[in-house]
Design a protein around this ligand. Structure first.
Ligand SMILES: [Zn+2]
Length: 427
């Protein structure tokens, strides 16, 4: 059984719009818990795409992996370091009026959870860290391609030898580099004595509460996202090994595979009765049926968000603004689990909401419900009519290629749900 716990926090006054999610992946065999925190800085995509891979494609067999992929979600969708200031400078003190207050408070609680044995905070940092100055990109002030520690050791029964652990991780990473200059170093910020700013950080908060913590920084100067994800995942896998977590991974860890998974077809389900694909969506979707003003949404992709902006909603995948949805509100709604549809000659039970492939034509088999096929113009109920692609008006498609259309089901004035038909080429 897949043990995946999903906690969703609500919204409150003086807080960010989007709160983070915590995914708990617990193995059948008990063991240590690794907490991976991604997305503290919204313009560091290696730091939040890697955790989304952990959530989707890793299965934990022994021990526990807790993942927060989107700590600073408001900043992720804007691709900014911190829309309310630098969140990683708010761990010593944060004002109750600060928009990040609730997020900082909630993540501190998780960090201090007695079950958590080791914490990773993921970043993309400037340049490539080197012990001596070479140029503005390769130098001791750079952060990229490092495993960061605040000090060599902390006094704690497990994993207190921070320096040794970090050097081990760097050594493993350096055995398999995409480019030689990508090699990893350990950077000890000697926070207590030297780095006043870092005393305000998440990792320093953790180690001063006897929790071993590290930052992993891939380089902002590596422009290729799959390459950053590759290094982050390899570092996290080495940490899992060190804390004794056993796992399986549903893909081969290499750049082409990561690239492929980033392009994978994904969906978002809205209010449990509507659905949209994430790939190739048209920029604007009009008259999108919405049954509740506060939209609830679900996606396998943890970086998806639907955000109300003025009189419309915006669908995001991380910082990609996928589509603007102009809503049509329905006060009343009815629920329907499935509907019978004849697709290319055979009758199928189509789940609501879902996406079905059609090669030639489809016909919604009529019951009492009223069918509205968006892009087909007729007066009245559009059930029991054979629809092929050439009968539909292209600009009503939900995708840029003009292949995917909405079929909506109504009961008098109530919206019951929708499914999408995706016209495919010849079988
Ligand atoms: Zn950062």
């Amino acid at each position: 059984m897949k043990k995946l716990l999903f906690l969703l926090f609500g919204v409150c006054l003086f807080s960010a719009n989007l709160h983070f999610h915590l995914y708990k992946k617990n193995g059948e065999i008990p063991g240590n818990t690794l907490l991976v925190i991604g997305g503290i800085h919204g313009n560091e995509p290696g730091g939040y795409y890697a955790p989304s891979f952990l959530i989707r494609y890793y299965k934990i067999i022994k021990g526990s992996l807790w993942v927060v992929p989107n700590l600073n979600f408001d900043s992720i969708i804007r691709f900014r370091r911190g829309v309310y200031g630098d969140m990683n400078r708010k761990f010593a003190y944060v004002s109750k009026k600060d928009k990040d207050y609730r997020i900082v408070k909630d993540i501190k609680k998780i960090i201090l959870n007695p079950k958590v044995d080791l914490i990773l905070n993921l970043h993309d940092g400037h340049g490539f860290y080197r012990n001596s100055w070479q140029n503005s990109i390769f130098n001791p002030a750079a952060w990229g391609q490092t495993c960061i520690i605040d000090q060599e050791k902390i006094k704690t029964p497990k994993f207190g030898n921070l320096g040794e652990i970090a050097r081990k991780v760097a050594k493993t990473l350096n055995q398999n580099l995409q480019k030689n200059y990508h090699f990893f170093n350990v950077k000890n910020t000697k926070t207590k004595f030297k780095d006043e700013q870092m005393r305000l950080s998440l990792t320093y908060f953790a180690i001063t509460h006897n929790k071993p913590a590290f930052a992993i920084e891939t380089s902002k100067n590596i422009k290729d996202l799959p390459t950053k994800i590759y290094y982050q995942l390899r570092a996290i896998e080495e940490f899992m090994k060190i804390v004794g977590i056993k796992y399986t991974r549903a893909f081969k860890l290499n750049i082409p595979e990561i690239k492929k998974l980033l392009k994978k077809e994904d969906y978002v389900v809205i209010n449990g009765n509507a659905i949209l694909p994430l790939n190739g969506l048209d920029k604007v979707i009009n008259y999108f049926p919405v049954t509740e003003k506060t939209i609830k949404y679900k996606s396998d992709n943890p970086l998806v968000a639907v955000v109300k902006e003025g009189n419309h909603y915006v669908l995001y995948e991380a910082y990609h603004r996928l589509a603007v949805l102009y809503p049509q509100y329905f006060k009343n709604f009815c629920r329907i689990k499935s509907i019978k549809v004849e697709i290319d000659g055979s009758v199928k039970n189509v789940k609501i909401p879902s996406i079905v492939n059609v090669y030639k034509s489809f016909r919604v088999l009529g019951g009492k419900k009223r069918i509205n096929i968006i892009g087909y113009s007729s007066k009245g109920n559009e059930a029991n009519i054979e629809i092929s692609k050439n009968k539909l008006i292209r600009r009503y498609a939900v995708d840029k290629n003009g292949n995917i259309y909405r079929v909506e089901i109504y009961d008098k004035k109530s919206f019951c749900g929708m499914f999408l038909v995706r016209f495919k080429g010849k079988k």
